[in-house]
Write a protein that binds this ligand. Sequence first.
Ligand code: NAD
Ligand code: UDP
Length: 334
Amino acid sequence: MKILVTGGAGYIGSHTCVELLQAGHEVVIADNFYNADRAVPSRIEKVAGKPVTAVYPIDVADKAALNQVFDEHQIDGVIHFAGLKAVGESVQIPLRYYRNNLDTTLTLLEVMEAHGCNKFVFSSSATVYGPNNKAPFTEDMPTSATNPYGWTKVMIEQILRDYCAAKPAFSAVLLRYFNPIGAHPSGLLGDDPNGIPNNLMPYVARVAAGQLPKLTVFGDDYDTPDGTCLRDYLHVVDLAKGHLSALEYANEHTGAEAFNLGTGNGTSVLELIHAFMKENHIDVPYVIGPRRDGDLPGFWANADKANRVLGWKAELDVNDMCRDAWTFIQTPKD
Ligand code: NAD
Ligand code: UDP
């Protein structure tokens, strides 16, 4: 199939492009490179050993530009990663988040409709489970959010459900990612945020590499076994593979369907730091600090539905994630 990957130069998108190419699909990338390095498409080709069909450096909310992509390529399906994703920033500049995340999705759906393209895989998030459900999360739980970023995911899921109800031939797979970390084992693709990382693993890796002095653990007084928060970390390569399973599902089904992509296990902040140190034989200096506003004590997936219906299961463990994140930060890129 020829797949349009929006946000294909980003962290999860780039890994998914590699898996798509290796599985024999054709890949067209649309990314405005707001949060990605221009060199990523050529790294994707190097890792996959195959060419990307085309790269469009466009804003996906630009309808004329997106129409041109669909005019120039017979797109069989779309995987929609393009979006802004920083929770804290979304509280500071909510309109930017609503505008970007909703506009890209609505424009895509309109252009897909005009071109008769009916298969859509969406990057949703465990954040749609909100603060009130009890882990492990299952797909039938009510959704809500605690910040504008999370609301964009809740809203887009609803838009896709409404659209599927109106267009019986359309298929939308809503993939609710838990905490993707790690990198491609080649060391060429990974999570490389600009500035000081917000997320745990890129922060740990930069401390280990001596680029930051020490890590602050945000709170050790939660009601969890070691007092630090639990998250369901999953390897980004496992997550990327989940998109291939979702595409196959979209090929055979219509309607909107949500799936959790996680391992089903909770790992604490301290467990992750110690796994990183042990796996990579390197010290990660840390101090215990106050809680971070808005953090939930613990959540992880019930991933049975993805296993049962998509035939997808995470195969890599926390040690693999730590090893590959460390390889990534040490590998010269070009
Ligand atoms: P990322 O920032 O690395 O990738 C997103 C890509 O989209 C970037 O390359 C960026 O340049 C591009 N982009 C943003 N707005 C665009 C626009 N208007 N037009 C064209 N390109 C645009 O993020 P990621 O971690 O790879 O996340 C991908 C998707 O998965 C996002 O939708 C994110 O919300 C979702 N998600 C991520 C996580 C996570 O922990 N990384 C968890 C749950 C869900
Ligand atoms: N965390 C931390 N120090 C950091 C960054 C994160 O202790 O510098 C903790 C954070 O409080 C949370 C966990 O690590 O409990 C995962 O945080 P991340 O931002 O990676 O994911 P999210 O909270 O969005 O699930």
